[in-house]
Write a new protein. Structure first.
Length: 308
């Protein structure tokens, strides 16, 4: 058999060199977080470590019920090809036979009740102020939970930074006290999901200053929300988007949420979008207070339909 002859004797072994390949040299999206590397290593050790690369193994992995196993196997095959340990015809055949981890592309609607958002915030405000801060950061800035956690842990408001590709030098924290909001430069780029600016109200800034430097486990936050019947953290970004597009152009809303895959930001356009975001953001805070923060929220039956 072609594969057995071509790659005879190759055994799969996790190594520092393979881990460096995942982080630095893999094509397309690199594996950049320690959490993801640990997940891949766990699956590799359970199902692939020490196994010989044979046709039987290829077909076994191709039919494996756990998509992560197929993914890490294909990454390892890419690594072998990069190291010139397997020929192109073997590489091409394996990549064709083994499917990637599949994603459902059907649209599944779900309802996000603004009343539930308000109840979740009230519960956290009364019982867990640190998580309340995270939810406010996600809602006000359209942040992902991981980015909200990073803002809290690495908050350095007086640090001066230069925004890449623009030449713009600014302090990380820029406040507009007369308009009731600030923006904080996060600057997450590269292979990670981006987060340029975190927009937030001055009230939320006071909470942030109180808890700055605290380390938070993302999984623990999600489990806390589930245990107490609260809305999951991921819904805050979705709710934020639905309200943002009510009060500003979509391209400005995309800029605020760092949806740069949907928005081409040239050097000349960056400062325009930044100033437009600064101009529209107070309208968003006003709408957010009306729909969510206000004590008159009770009884509001407004619902926003989103999709996963």
């Amino acid at each position: 058999m072609l594969l057995s002859i071509s790659v005879y004797g190759i055994r799969l072994q996790w190594s520092e060199d393979f881990e460096a390949f995942l982080r630095e040299r893999k094509k397309r999206r690199k594996v950049s977080t320690d959490e993801m590397v640990r997940k891949y290593r766990n699956y590799f050790n359970r199902f692939l470590e020490g196994r010989e690369l044979t046709e039987d193994l290829v077909f076994e992995v191709a039919n494996h019920p756990i998509g992560w196993v197929r993914n890490i196997f294909k990454h390892y095959v890419q690594y072998l090809f990069y190291k010139r340990l397997i020929p192109p015809e073997v590489f091409g055949w394996i990549m064709e036979v083994v499917p990637s981890r599949s994603y459902r592309l059907d649209v599944r609607p779900y309802q996000i009740s603004l009343e539930d958002v308000a109840k979740t915030l009230r519960y956290l405000q009364q019982r867990h102020e640190l998580y309340y801060l995270l939810y406010r950061l996600m809602l006000e800035g359209g942040l992902r939970l991981s980015h909200a956690i990073q803002v809290v842990k690495e908050f350095r408001p007086s640090e001066a930074v230069e925004i890449p590709a623009t030449g713009l030098v600014t302090k990380r924290l820029v406040c507009f006290e007369d308009k009731g909001f600030c923006r904080y430069y996060v600057g997450v780029k590269g292979s990670q999901k981006p987060c340029e600016w975190a927009y937030l109200s001055t009230e939320t800034l006071q909470l942030l200053q109180r808890y700055a430097g605290r380390s938070i486990n993302r999984s623990v936050v999600a489990r806390y929300a589930k245990r107490h019947g609260l809305l999951a953290p991921k819904y805050m970004r979705k709710v934020s988007w639905r309200i943002l597009v009510q009060v500003m152009p979509r391209e400005v809303a995309r800029f605020i949420q760092s949806r740069f895959g949907e928005l081409r930001v040239s050097e000349a356009r960056y400062e325009d979008l930044l100033s437009e975001a600064d101009s529209y953001y107070p309208k968003y805070l006003e709408k957010l207070r009306e729909l969510v923060y206000s004590s008159h929220m009770q009884g509001n039956e407004s619902r926003y339909t989103s999709s996963q």
